[in-house]
Each structure stands twice: as C-alpha cells, then as structure tokens.
Design a protein around this ligand. Structure first.
Ligand SMILES: *Cc1c(COP(=O)(O)O)cnc(C)c1O
Length: 234
C-alpha cells in the first residue's frame, strides 16, 4: 500500500472511532482532503484509494491541478481566503466554498455562478478565536450575513466553517467547536435557516470536532504529510 493509502486508512479509523465515541454514524462525517501545495499525482493516488472531495486554498494552484485531473470525477472545495478578483474563477470551478466571510464576496460568487451549474454550496467562515484571527465573520455579525447570503439565488448556504487557534488541549478544542455548533443551532432556530454543515476539524483536532458535530473534517497533513508552507492563517 502506498503511504497516502495507508494514511487514508488511518484517518478513516480515527474518524470512525471519534464518531462512535460521539454516538454518530461515521458516514455523517465527510473527509475533505486538503491537497494545497501537494502535486496532482498525490490527488490521483488519494482518489484511487477512495477519496472524492479535495480542498484547495490557492486559486492558481487549484486550477492547474484541476486541469491535470480533468479525467477524474472529483468534487472541489475552495477553503482559502477569497479576493474579489478571484470570485469569477472560484464560482466557475468549485462545487463548495467554505471561506465566505463577507457579503460582497458572496454577492459576486452568486452573480458569477454559471447557469448550467447547480447553486454553489457555501459555508460562512466564522472568526471563533477573536483577536488572534485575521479572517472570518465576527460572531455578532453572523446572523445578518447569513440572512443576506441565504437570499442569494445562485448560492446554497450550507453552514459554518471555523479554523480555531491551534491548541493541544482536547477539552479546550471541544469548547471552541461547541461554540461554532451553538452558533449554527441559533441560526437554525431563530431565523430560521436550514444549515446542515459544520466544516471544522483538521489533522490535530478532528476528534474534538467530530465530538461537537463536524460534518466535514478538512485534513491535509495526516493524509499527505507535512507541507513547506505555513499552517493556515486563522
Ligand atoms: C491547510 C488547511 C487545512 C488542513 O490542515 P492540516 O492541519 O494539514 O490537516 C484545513 N483547513 C484549512 C482552511 C486549511 O487552510
């Protein structure tokens, strides 16, 4: 078995154990393979080992890999910071965007989503770590953003995404993910919205995220090995 195939098996086992501990079906937790900085060959290998969903942070890099992998039925997720001038290509080339954190970007993505594609699935990135974080919508502004995004015709608002400040304590990890889940529950109850997605949990904290209801865990290092690039900015 290749290293990537072995890693996929290990991560699958972690997901199954965490789901079981939480009394959840493992099938309710999606594995989003974060392939940023990794070559197309790694994605091909991961696909051969059973993965279909891939997350990328950098548009140009993602487009190059998509062109190389056009023969595979992959689902692409954009998970990085979004500049306005990238919205057209993102709207054209991805099925999901996890990192929407302002209305201007959401509007552009909706306006530029091609008619022959289904609505673009989006998550709102919430700034759950306060001042430490550079991106994400402040929790106090989330309801207003969610209402506006839910009205955009070519987007489907699916849920919330968060990148907590790195932390080694599993209890603290869970407490932060619990806050994300509570925000989604509030939006569903008060607005009401129909959010079914929590995109949270990475290589080092997927267990805590699954315990608090993650439906996508975004896993890079544990599948593809360490990157030269720095960790994502929170
Ligand atoms: C890089 C990245 C990940 C993957 O992180 P790992 O620690 O390598 O699993 C997940 N989410 C986002 C937004 C990222 O940028």
């Amino acid at each position: 078995m290749s290293t990537i195939a072995k890693n996929i098996a290990k991560v699958g086992e972690r997901i199954r154990e965490a789901a079981q501990a939480a009394g959840r079906e493992a099938a309710t937790v999606g594995l989003l393979a974060v392939s940023k900085t990794k070559p197309a060959a790694d994605i091909r290998e991961a696909f051969a080992a059973g993965l279909h969903d891939f997350g990328e942070n950098y548009l140009q890099e993602a487009l190059a890999k998509q062109a190389e992998l056009g023969d595979l039925p992959l689902t692409w997720h954009f998970i990085g910071p979004i500049q306005s001038n990238k919205c057209k290509a993102i709207a054209e080339h991805f099925a999901w965007v996890h990192s929407v954190d302002r209305l201007k970007v959401a509007q552009r993505l909706s306006d530029l989503r091609p008619d022959d594609l289904p609505p673009l699935n989006v998550c709102l990135q919430v700034n759950i770590s306060g001042e430490a974080s550079k991106s994400g919508c402040a929790p106090e502004q989330l309801a207003e953003l969610a209402v506006a995004v839910a009205r955009l015709p070519r987007l489907k608002l699916r849920g919330l995404m968060a990148i907590p400040e790195p932390c080694d304590d599993p209890h603290e990890q869970r407490a932060v993910f619990a806050r994300v889940r509570a925000l989604a529950d509030e939006l569903n109850a008060s607005l009401p919205l129909d959010l079914d997605t929590l995109s949270m949990g990475m290589s080092h904290d997927l267990e805590a995220a699954i315990a608090e209801g993650a439906t996508w865990v975004r896993i890079g290092t544990a599948l593809f090995g360490a990157r030269d690039y720095p960790a994502p900015s929170i």
